[in-house]
Design a binder for this molecule. Sequence first.
Ligand SMILES: [Zn+2]
Ligand SMILES: [Zn+2]
Length: 172
Amino acid sequence: MFFSVRDLELRKVEFDTSFPPGKIDFLDPNLHQQGDLRTRGSVELLSHTLGELRVKGHLAVSMTAPCDRCLEAAVSHIDSDFDLFYEPASIAVEQEEVELGEGETEIGYYEGDGIELGEVLREFVILAMPMQKLCQAECKGICPVCGQNRNLTACHCEVKPADDRWAVLKNL
Ligand SMILES: [Zn+2]
Ligand SMILES: [Zn+2]
């Protein structure tokens, strides 16, 4: 779904749509969309700016990515409001290296004469993915000795206590 600046000059455009899996390319072979991504909101051209666009709305989607511990699919439900600002990429070149002050909204850029909703949503979903992805909170992970998924098989390997220095790093 593409919103052209020319249309936005006339009026704010509302959307209420869904993207089936595969419609948005998440550029990561490990990241998969489960079921439809549903979204509604609006795109507006902000007055008194050099073509700044505001994309605001709500998005709900379930994504799967490999579990950090056992590599089986871990589902992340994203159900979130978004309020994003985009400037023409041509302006970005002039404003290179501008540091954002605290509390300032991070601004994205769009190329050409408009903005593609699928690309906006892709970026938002990638950023909204949790840092830690687990198939279940109590995932037992893969046995470092025999390599079995310990959620499925209770092996009886003797695992030496982890070196504390590494344990600290893992918890970061
Ligand atoms: Zn797991
Ligand atoms: Zn084992």
